[in-house]
Design a protein around this ligand. Structure first.
Ligand SMILES: Nc1nc2c(c(=O)[nH]1)N[C@H]1C(S)=C(S)[C@@H](COP(=O)(O)OP(=O)(O)OC[C@H]3O[C@@H](n4cnc5c(=O)[nH]c(N)nc54)[C@H](O)[C@@H]3O)O[C@H]1N2
Ligand SMILES: Nc1nc2c(c(=O)[nH]1)N[C@H]1C(S)=C(S)[C@@H](COP(=O)(O)OP(=O)(O)OC[C@H]3O[C@@H](n4cnc5c(=O)[nH]c(N)nc54)[C@H](O)[C@@H]3O)O[C@H]1N2
Ligand code: SF4
Ligand SMILES: [Mo]
Length: 739
């Protein structure tokens, strides 16, 4: 029996691809991109194209396990040979019988329930902390039964701010909602800025639209301190000093407003605070901005003039800018650019950072925050996931006594790695990890539970990089004794004796509940329809926010060829439609002022940067970046994917290498007051003097089992309480060979 199942990729990626899985006699035999999905267009990224290797990997966690050995990294992980050496990328099977004993699900659930009950009785239920993030973005498996369970339990709440919270706050401070230009419209742009956006690696389905635009004469500009694959094929690459983007955006607006190139009509109708902005940008002449950004005065002027006059112009802003101390403000300043140009009116104009605000599933029904009241009579305290190290080691009233991890690998991805590990090693901490693989975090678990992949469960999927909704159908039966997040927490609720009806809801009932939203854009979108394939949000049915018609745009001076007939382009802010308190694009924001920040925008150098207050303590700015072929740490253990990615490198400029007597290929020690890590120097011109770069991956697959996050800080961003992975000062020296 052969069938093709329509699924959706749930990994933490803007593209949310439509996926076709061929299943033969119960086994998945082929994966491909859905040719009918207008953004996926029949292809998948290189890593998910190899997904059968991941699903059927011999390293999957298949049964519940109880620890019998000491906590800490497993023996045998050096078996991951470094890239490019004989036997590279072939992990040998670790002998786990010294560390784990297999137990039944019943035993596991009983043991966890009794430990959680005992901890609640002694320390209060808030001594229990759930920890989850981007393993799956499926609406159900990322935030439904799990939230119901922890709310009903009265556990601490987790502030999930490790990724994008600063950027989201900055974006919403201007637009009031996370929406932007449709990816399909990039094909109509004439000027495209990829701002902190490694499209080739992190958002690859936008690339064909950019290629099409460039075939029609569009120019692609990349603004990034690292010469990414995307930068390497740009028309113009502008290396910027890390964390200085707010200054660049303010400098561009200085030029644009100074030359009267803004859209006065759009500005007066749909924005608030333009006069304050006009005053503010006077403080940012290109000459001054050049000193911070490292981009010349002339280039800043050219960029501003081209961006304002070569139209339609569009910005793909990704989250790189907001992993910096001033990340919220940087995003805010950049998002003002299309607002003063009025480029939101144009097909192929505007800006995209996230589109996720358009899909308004009924998440309250999925998460049931009201259940906290049942347990506590109030809301539970909130703990920021970025501060895990500090929390595990120093928090009291009550301390965290149980940690329940699912869909995340905090022992690799959280900043201040050495503190995180110190906390995870606490003998009195009870840790449960629900995982697909034996990750860095399972190394510290008391109980490991086996998790399904998206092939093995059903879910509902929205996107943060386009406007299509999908149901991901289940393709194969769960491997071994794997359970989905939904089924795990349903079983946990039963063990804890929670009697609320919601814990018995089926997956289909939950999908229906999520879609049972009053939002007009979800009107007519049913589970039954989505089970057949993706559906675009129903913008046409929205009486409140009418889309602009092709005819209207032509009369507004758009070239005829730029107006596609099907489907009607979605222009969220062509006629205002901002969802801020004022209903306008807020160039001046009372909410930002209430945070103690400049209500318009300003630039403050990150404290850990060459212009910041800690300048001079250490000389080099570190970008602790993502790997092109992994997804955060996911995929870093899959041999066929590892082959594509060289890990364990420190990229450094030739002058910085020379000044330290470092040659290409030398072993170097990278350090600051938080920790150190030994890497292999790569002197290939991808970073400017003053900047070094290294990538995130599994700690245990890095030679010496080290993490780049040993160097990163728990300091939070100016808005959104997010992580500052890209505001880090370090020094580098030749590593002495180990004795
Ligand atoms: N292949 C791959 N794809 C991914 C991921 C992955 O790990 N690998 N991760 C997924 C996740 S979780 C997310 S959040 C998205 C994130 O997607 P992106 O936002 O694209 O992620 P980053 O790689 O953090 O940052 C993008 C670029 O910003 C640059 N950058 C760093 N600091 C600065 C700065 O101060 N100014 C400017 N202008 N640029 C800067 C970085 O060098 C990087 O090239 O991608 C998703 N897709
Ligand atoms: N230095 C540095 N650190 C970073 C970043 C950086 O750029 N630099 N990026 C940050 C960002 S943007 C993010 S989003 C975070 C990402 O942090 P995480 O979300 O923790 O990302 P991953 O490392 O991909 O770990 C996800 C884990 O979930 C598991 N998983 C997948 N699906 C399921 C499922 O259905 N159920 C369960 N139970 N498990 C599942 C996977 O096997 C994987 O081990 O990392 C952050 N850390
Ligand atoms: S990781 Fe992103 S690009 Fe790759 S298949 Fe999934 S959604 Fe598509
Ligand atoms: Mo992320």
């Amino acid at each position: 029996m052969k069938q093709v199942v329509h699924a959706a990729c749930p990994h933490d990626c803007p593209d949310a691809c439509g996926v076709l899985i061929t299943v033969q006699d119960g086994r998945a035999t082929k994966i491909q991109g859905d040719p009918e999905h207008p953004v996926t267009r029949g292809f998948l990224c290189a890593k998910v194209a190899k997904y059968l290797d991941r699903v059927y990997s011999p390293d999957r966690v298949l049964y519940p396990l109880r620890r019998i050995g000491p906590k800490g990294p497993e023996a045998g992980q050096q078996s991951f040979a470094p890239h490019g050496q004989p036997g590279a990328a072939v992990p040998t099977q670790t002998d786990r019988t010294q560390t784990w004993e297999r137990i039944s699900w019943d035993q596991a659930l009983d043991e966890i329930a009794s430990r959680l009950r005992a901890i609640s009785a002694e320390f209060g239920s808030e001594a229990i902390l759930p920890y989850s993030f981007g393993g799956t973005l499926g609406a159900l498996n990322s935030a439904s039964m799990d939230r119901r369970f922890f709310h009903r339990l009265g556990a601490s709440q987790l502030e999930r701010a490790i990724c994008s919270a600063a950027g989201e706050a900055g974006l919403e401070s201007v637009l009031g909602v996370k929406m932007g230009t449709e990816p399909e419209q990039f094909r109509h742009a004439k000027y495209i800025i990829a701002w902190a956006s490694n499209i080739h690696a992190n958002n690859v389905h936008l690339w064909p639209f950019i290629t099409e635009a460039r075939r029609n004469g569009a120019k692609l500009v990349v603004i990034d301190p690292y010469r990414t694959r995307t930068a390497a094929c740009a028309d113009w690459y502008l290396p910027i000093n890390p964390g200085t983007d707010a200054a660049l955006a303010l400098g561009m607006m200085h030029v644009i407003i100074g030359e009267n190139l803004h859209d006065a009509d759009y500005v007066s109708k749909y924005t608030l605070g333009f006069e304050q902005l006009r005053e503010k940008v006077k403080e940012y002449p290109p000459e001054k901005v050049a000193q911070w950004t490292g981009i010349s005065t002339e280039d800043i002027r050219t960029l501003a003039l081209e961006y304002a006059t070569v139209r339609p112009s569009v910005i793909r802003l990704n989250y790189g800018v907001q992993r910096s101390e001033g990340g919220g403000m940087a995003t805010r300043a950049i998002v003002m650019l299309p607002c003063i140009l009025g480029s939101w009116k144009e097909i192929g104009g505007g800006l995209q950072m996230s589109t996720s605000g358009a899909t308004a599933f009924k998440t309250e029904a999925l998460k049931r925050p009201d259940l906290m009241k049942v347990a506590l009579g109030r809301e539970a305290r909130t703990i920021n996931m970025v501060e895990l190290g500090r929390v595990l080691n120093t928090l009291n009233d009550p301390p965290v006594k149980a940690l329940f991890v699912y869909g995340s690998n905090p022992a690799a991805v959280a900043p201040r790695h050495n503190e995180v590990v110190r906390g995870l090693l606490r003998p009195d901490l009870f840790t449960v990890v629900h995982e697909q693989f034996f990750t860095d975090t399972t190394d510290y678990a008391d109980i490991v539970l086996p998790a399904t992949t998206f092939f093995e469960h059903k879910d509902l999927q929205k996107a943060y990089g386009h406007y299509y909704v999908q149901v991901s159908n289940q393709a194969i039966a769960p491997l071994g004794e794997c359970r989905s997040n939904v089924e795990l927490f349903r079983a946990m609720a039963e063990r804890m004796g929670f009697e609320e009806e919601c814990f018995r809801e089926t997956v289909d009932e939950m999908i229906d509940a999520a879609l049972d939203s009053t939002d007009p854009w979800l009107e007519g979108i049913s589970r039954e329809r989505l089970e057949q394939g993706q559906v675009r949000l129903n913008f046409g049915a929205s009486g409140a926010r009418p889309p602009v018609s092709g005819a209207e745009l032509r009369s507004a001076g758009q070239p005829k060829a730029a107006v596609p007939t099907q489907p009607e382009p979605f222009l969220p802010f062509a006629h205002g439609g901002f969802r801020t308190a004022s209903g306008k694009a807020e160039l001046y924001s009372e909410a930002v002022k209430a945070l103690g920040l400049d209500p318009v925008a300003d630039f403050t150098p990150p404290s850990e940067s060459r212009h910041g207050t800690k300048q001079g303590t250490l000389p080099l700015e570190l970008l602790a970046r993502k790997a092109d072929n992994f997804l955060n740490t996911t995929f870093s253990n899959v041999p066929s994917v590892r082959e594509m990615e060289e890990t364990g490198l420190l990229e450094i400029s030739a002058p910085d290498a020379k000044a330290r007597g470092i040659g290409d290929g030398d072993r170097v020690r990278v350090f600051n007051h938080r920790g150190d890590i030994v890497l292999k120097a790569r002197v290939d011109g991808k970073v400017q003097p003053g900047v070094v770069s290294a990538t995130l991956n599994w700690v245990k697959t890095t030679p010496g089992s080290q993490s780049i996050n040993a160097l990163t800080s728990e300091k939070l961003t100016d808005m959104g309480n997010s992580a500052t992975f890209y505001s880090v000062l370090v020094e580098v020296e030749l590593s002495k060979p180990s004795p």
